[in-house]
Design a protein around this ligand. Structure first.
Ligand code: FES
Length: 106
């Protein structure tokens, strides 16, 4: 079992969290915030810079589209308490950093 690290974001002020080399972005769907790894399954493109078109999220690198509902299903489960979004992410070997960065995939 791999180690996990607790992260807490103040949503929507913090829409991204970086843990080591991995970046996760928040995607709000049906009132719940999902944390999605910003790494395209094709070649690792930055999904947080993709665009939501209908039910799909289009990766900015090669244009593949991924169903948002599936991304959310594969995303990290969160618990929301007011504006706080809490999750446990794989430990990336560094303290998690919650930030606000340009995210198009919202
Ligand atoms: S890296 Fe995302 S479509 Fe190629």
């Amino acid at each position: 079992m791999s180690a996990a690290v607790r992260v807490e974001l103040t949503w929507p002020r913090h829409n991204v969290v970086v843990v080591g080399e991995q970046r996760y972005f928040g995607l709000e769907r049906d009132g719940a915030v999902h944390l999605i790894a910003s790494r395209c399954p094709h070649r690792g493109g930055p999904l947080h810079l993709g665009e939501v078109e209908g039910n799909g999220l289009r990766c900015p690198w090669h244009g593949n589209s991924f169903r948002v509902d599936r991304l959310c299903t594969r995303g990290v489960s969160t618990v929301q308490r007011g504006p706080h979004v809490i999750a446990y992410l794989p430990d990336g070997g560094a303290d998690p950093v919650a930030t606000n960065t340009m995210v198009l995939a919202q």
